[in-house]
Design a protein around this ligand. Structure first.
Ligand code: KIV
Ligand code: ZN
Length: 516
């Protein structure tokens, strides 16, 4: 896609750079859900994964490619013929496929990681970009660690990629090192120096190690870039990537100094943020710009006074513009299926008949136990249902004895592939007893590195949402469980993490088979 002067191509890499960060693993179904919403909200390019990394990644990229209605579907490939071929196979089902291939260009990467000379890397660029161009018309080439590469060598590398047929040139700040002035100047230099630069779209890709990812991305636009690579909630390697929601709202709110436009429907930002947070089990910090819980909260008296008189006194954008609706009371236990379906639609969910029936049954159970059911309750309920729909291990029942007279004990029944097993275990507190019981039914070496509880809404009958992270060797997964009973939510979260871990183990085995 070649961008017009002020139209900025939004390239979302939540499913690749985002999912790559420790603990953010998403299941196949979660990836499809996220991709479908990204497509609906007007993201131009969805980087759906790294097909060579595992069979799971390959399948997810292929299925997202088949299903996408509008967005270009990109897959990532190293500058290795096998990677590029596999990537081409995965994206070929897309209406608009893209191969995104990359190689390092900085002296430090060439000397220590690649152990190649500059000339050898130029040859690799020419050969691999040409191979990708034989498979698809839309090829993006990235100069990894571009911001620590001399302009002289970077210009030669970009020229080689353009000559071989690249249509988008991405200049990443891979290690989050650049300042906005430097980043802008790099794009200006490449566009001035490189023959053919006017025929391609330049792209930014910024990491947030110094907290400058969004500022650098916008500086890239000032330097002539017209594609921004970013992720929902800013998730990604280390400190993360530039946050899509911040980029979109900065451009929308400050059109006076940022004379660009994007195709993203901003009222869907809150919904996608919650979906990604639920799928990765990465909580969004309260004060996160645009989508944090406090982003539109006014606490101090003077601010509240101003807001009551005129909301523009302290609000530069409206909550509605990013899809924040007032927490509304929804149906109670007498509400019907049609009203429930309408509510789901308003919250951005489209469920198949079976899923809808399941969600409705769960909603009725919740409404029986909880006086007021809020939008957030329904979101937690459906997100959990989607995340666990293909789980092999399920919590069937749990009874806990807790209190001042220890030891606390848990009696737990799990369903594993249809077989029910009941065990009893004691522990140092009820959560420890539950986790010990789970370990007795599903023995494993993984260690618990995070246990976090938060209330989905206010009130003592609020649903608890528990996040659990398990680590096993270099694998790390995070998962959530929700229930008005904190202990049941804890059991569900731990079991959900075990399910994710078993998927991840399968992917790693498949990966070993591919590289063997
Ligand atoms: O940060 C980076 O350089 C990347 C490339 C693979 C584009 O993620
Ligand atoms: Zn990156």
């Amino acid at each position: 896609m070649t961008a017009s002067t002020d139209r900025v191509v939004i390239f979302d890499t939540t499913l690749r750079d985002g999912e790559q960060c420790p603990g953010a693993t998403m299941t196949f179904e979660e990836k499809l859900q996220v991709a479908s919403l990204l497509d609906k909200m007007g993201v131009d390019v969805i980087e759906a994964g790294f097909p060579i990394a595992s069979n799971g990644d390959f399948e997810a990229v292929s299925e997202i490619a088949r299903r996408a209605d509008n967005a270009i579907i990109a897959g990532l490939a190293r500058a290795i013929p096998g990677d590029i071929a596999r990537c081409g196979e995965a994206v070929r089902h897309a209406r608009r496929p893209r191969i995104h291939t990359f190689v390092s260009t900085s002296p430090i990467h060439l000397a220590h990681q690649m152990r190649k000379t500059e000339e050898q890397v130029l040859e690799i660029i020419a050969a691999t970009v040409a191979q990708a161009r034989n498979l698809v018309d839309d090829v993006e080439w990235s100069a990894m660690d571009a911001t620590r590469t001399s302009h002289e060598y970077l210009a030669r590398a970009v020229e080689a990629a353009i000559k071989a047929g690249a249509t988008t040139i991405n200049l990443p700040d891979t290690v989050g090192y650049a300042t906005p002035d430097e980043y802008r100047a790099m794009f200006v230099a490449m566009r001035e120096r490189v023959p053919g630069a006017d025929k391609v779209t330049f792209s930014t890709h910024c990491h947030d190690d110094l907290g400058l990812a969004v500022a650098n991305s916008l500086a890239g636009l000032a330097g002539g870039a017209r594609q921004i690579e970013c992720t929902i909630n800013g998730i990604g390697e280390r400190a993360g990537n530039a946050a899509l929601e911040e980029i979109v709202m900065a451009i929308r709110t400050r059109g006076d100094v940022l004379p660009y436009e994007t195709g993203v429907e901003s009222t869907m930002l809150t919904r996608i943020s919650r979906l990604v947070s639920a799928a990765t089990s990465f909580p969004v910090q309260y004060n996160k710009a645009i989508i944090g819980k406090n982003a539109f909260a006014h606490e101090s008296g003077i601010h509240q006074d101003g807001m009551l008189k005129h909301n523009e006194t302290y609000e530069i954008m409206t909550p509605a513009s990013v899809g924040v609706t007032k927490t509304s009371l929804v149906m109670g236990k007498h509400s019907g299926r049609a009203a429930f379906k309408d509510k789901l639609k308003a919250l951005g969910y489209e469920l198949g008949d079976n899923q809808l029936q399941d969600a409705f049954t769960r909603f009725k159970e919740l409404a029986d136990r909880k006086k007021h059911v809020y939008d957030e309750d329904i979101e937690a309920l459906v997100d959990n249902q989607i995340a666990s729909s293909h789980d092999r291990i399920k919590v069937l029942s749990l009874t806990v004895i807790a209190g001042t007279m220890g030891p606390q004990s848990a009696t737990l029944t799990l369903d594993i592939d249809g077989v029910h097993t009941t065990v009893q275990a004691v522990g140092n507190g009820p959560v420890d007893a539950i986790f010990n019981a789970i370990r007795r039914v599903v023995p494993h070496e993984a260690t618990l590195s995070l246990y976090q509880v938060h209330a989905v809404t206010e009130g003592t009958d609020a649903q608890a949402e528990v996040s659990v992270r398990l680590e096993e060797g270099d694998k790390s997964v995070t998962a959530r469980g929700a229930d008005p009973d904190t202990l049941v939510a804890s059991a569900r979260a731990y079991v959900a993490a075990l399910n994710k871990l078993s998927v991840k183990r399968g992917q790693i085995n498949a990966q070993a088979a591919i590289s063997a």
